[in-house]
Design a protein around this ligand. Structure first.
Ligand code: DSN
Length: 492
């Protein structure tokens, strides 16, 4: 019997969900036409249901968001911007992009928004080029009395190019929790700019605004960038603005990790970047709980350059993803999203407190946001071993460098735990305390793994079987009480 027939047979009409029917019908269809792909998609759902998802940058989006992505909107090319396309027949893409922009603008009260970036990394590249175009290229054209780069001679174009690639970008070092697109050597941002970094204070693990100010004064960067991938505290954007203004920098904020906390009214006043930054970038799939993708919010001054993100930096927009973004932004405008966002932080704080009570070294002594960073070296583990140990207990989390990490970015000494996905499932502080216990049990009860060459593996370790069984049982019970997409039941 196929999945949809089984569902219809076992679910009384009043309890049937249209989203479930749509999803089950699509699985049934794919199972018939492309069984191996369909089976893998179903297995991914099963994996996500069997493991506690504690990767701080992941979440579960609504079925409406998922359904909006899987349709014929993907078949349309729409390079350009709303009502200004390089292709004919973009009426419906215009309508969708306009609606997404409307919801996004209302959600964050931004002057201008752009919903085309395919990812946060693309959004950052577009923002970088928008700043370079607005602040360097336009002024150079004005100086040369030229209207566009098309009017430049080959020599003038080359000197403009030299000018553009010799600007300074100053962001949080990746080793202090910054993102790789913020000037890390193995990312194109370090080739576009002369990258300069500020770091967290070695004693407190916190941003030291006086130090940032001092460095910014000395370096005078074109862009002062705030934002992180692994920093558990709020950033004071009013102070970052003062620093940027003092040194003549453009303030850019990458709020990929905490966009949902801004949208949900957790980060307000000087901790909300929108009023202070010239350009804000984000992903849409982390705390914001939308489809995978990127967005840009900016002051009017940068709007023209930002709107040229395609083709300036990226290829054609993804209309099906913009449709899903529109739905996610509308969802985030509902009062329930405010409750959700506050709960994410409440959960992270409960998790941090319990980990500390159980003897873990939690960086900065806690959290203000959705993530908790644990230094696992006192437990005799690398971050990679800790990640491996948790997976045996059916917990998915990721290793992370901690500031000044002696183990480097591959093995690391840290573990990053996040609460956005568990909060989406409806878990609260009580569940976080149980989970903290599971995490500590896994990390404390490991035995080393010897590699084929006879050395102790720095990647793997084995959790003792009694602990594995006990933790797996607790995880299964938590997930049984808080199922993912409970309306969808798929049997193999
Ligand atoms: N990969 C994201 C994270 O995990 O933080 C950032 O790109």
């Amino acid at each position: 019997m196929d999945q949809l027939s089984r569902y219809l047979e076992t679910t009384p009409p009043a309890l049937r969900s249209k989203a479930a029917i749509a999803m089950l019908a699509s699985f049934d269809y794919l199972l018939e036409t492309h069984p191996s792909i369909a089976t893998t998609i179903v297995r991914e759902l099963q994996d996500q249901r069997r493991f506690l998802k504690m990767i701080a940058s992941e979440n579960y989006c609504s079925l409406a968001v998922q359904l909006a992505m899987g349709n014929w909107m993907t078949d349309k090319y729409a390079e350009g911007s709303v009502h200004h396309r390089f292709y004919a027949g973009c009426d419906q893409v215009d309508a969708i992009e306009e609606e997404a922009c409307h919801h996004l603008k209302e959600l964050f009260h931004a002057e201008h928004v752009y919903v085309q970036p395919h990812s946060g990394a693309d959004a950052n590249l577009i923002a970088y080029w928008a700043i370079l175009t607005t602040r360097i290229q336009s002024r150079e054209l004005e100086r040369l009395s030229k209207k566009s780069v098309d009017e430049l001679t080959t020599e003038e174009f080359e000197s403009l190019r030299q000018l553009l690639v010799n600007q300074k970008l100053m962001g949080l070092a990746m080793s202090s929790g910054g993102h790789l697109t913020h000037g890390y050597r193995h990312n194109i941002s370090s080739k576009l700019f002369k990258a300069i970094f500020y770091e967290v204070d070695p004693q407190t693990g916190l941003l030291n605004y006086d130090q940032i100010w001092k460095k910014a004064k000395a370096e005078k960067p074109l862009i002062l960038l705030a934002g992180y991938s692994a920093y558990p505290r709020k950033i004071n954007f009013a102070t970052m603005r003062q620093i940027a203004e003092d040194v003549g920098a453009t303030l850019m904020v990458d709020m990929a990790h905490f966009a949902g906390l801004v949208a949900g009214g957790v980060f307000t006043g000087e901790f909300n970047p929108i009023a202070y930054a010239d350009i804000v970038t984000s992903t849409t799939h982390k705390t914001l709980r939308g489809p995978r993708g990127g967005i840009i919010l900016c002051k009017q001054e940068f709007s023209e350059a930002v709107n040229k993100g395609c083709p300036l930096v990226q290829g054609g927009p993804l209309p099906h993803v913009m449709a899903a973004k529109a739905i996610a932004f509308e969802e985030a405008r509902q009062p329930s999203f405010q409750t959700y966002a506050h709960r994410i932080v409440e959960n992270a704080q409960a998790l941090a407190q319990e980990l500390i009570r159980l003897g873990c070294t939690v960086l900065t002594g806690g959290t203000d946001n959705h993530m908790v960073l644990v230094n696992v070296s006192s437990l005799g583990l690398t971050g990679k071993q800790a990640e491996h140990a948790l997976r045996q207990g059916m917990i998915t989390a990721n290793r992370n460098t901690i500031p000044f990490d002696p183990n480097g970015p591959w093995y690391t000494s840290g573990l990053r735990l996040g609460t956005p996905a568990l909060t989406t499932l409806g878990m609260g502080p009580d569940e976080m305390r149980v989970i903290a216990g599971c995490v500590v049990d896994c990390l404390r009860n490991t035995v080393p793994v010897t590699t084929v060459s006879g050395t102790i593996s720095r990647s793997q370790c084995l959790v003792q079987s009694a602990t594995v069984s006990a933790v797996q049982a607790k995880v299964a019970e938590l997930l049984h009480r808080h199922p993912l997409y409970p309306e969808i039941e798929i049997k193999e």
